[in-house]
Design a protein around this ligand. Structure first.
Ligand SMILES: [Fe+2]
Length: 189
């Protein structure tokens, strides 16, 4: 089971071609790494979960995430890794672990934050304010595909205050997009 970013990225690319989905996986990876660091957890492992959590979505959108176990086990990922991926499913019943709660809490939020940055004149994550994100959450016409409850409820389940959570993830994304490893497929642009 390889959690090194280079190999994980290769595996993702073998299963996902759409740039939109790749960008989503990268954004979730970035947020997972940031929270892993904050919680004193394994950043590489949490990042790998973030990158691979939607590995079956492009090929099996209807079955997602139930096709992920087959794909991930073919690449040698163990049951614990697979369970972490499965646990972000909407109808997952067992109590989620810290990692699993974090994954759900950043899944929809990352895309929403990026959508907020993209409508700014400078398209910048650096200058995006929390109050502007909160305001856009109330604007039903904005990024209507993103269910706001999939941002607020998992944040509550994780036990993080919404404003602080938004700013933490925003900053993680803003810092990461400046790094060389995130230049190949820019999140913004
Ligand atoms: Fe996702």
């Amino acid at each position: 089971m390889d959690t090194k970013r280079e190999r994980v990225w290769e595996i993702l690319r073998e299963n996902v071609a759409e740039e939109v989905l790749l960008k989503h996986c990268i954004a979730v990876e970035i947020a997972m790494r940031a929270y892993a660091e904050r919680y004193g957890e394994d950043t590489e492992y949490w990042g790998a979960i973030g990158l691979l959590h939607d590995i079956d979505f492009e090929k099996y959108p209807e079955q997602h995430p139930l096709e992920a176990p087959g794909i991930l086990s073919r690449y040698g990922y163990d049951q614990a890794f697979i369970t972490n991926v499965l646990a972000h499913g909407l109808d997952w019943q067992p109590e989620r672990t810290l990692l699993q709660k974090t994954l759900v809490a950043v899944d929809a939020l990352t895309g929403f934050i990026i959508a907020c940055a993209l409508v700014r004149p400078d398209k910048s994550l650096d200058n995006l304010e929390v109050k502007s994100v909160l305001k856009k959450m109330k604007d039903k016409a904005f990024a209507r595909a993103i269910n706001r409850e999939r941002i607020t409820e998992p944040a509550e389940a994780l036990g993080v205050e919404l404003q602080e959570h938004i700013d933490f993830v925003r900053k993680a994304l803003a810092d990461a997009v400046k790094k060389p490893e995130y230049q190949a497929i820019p999140l913004i642009g």
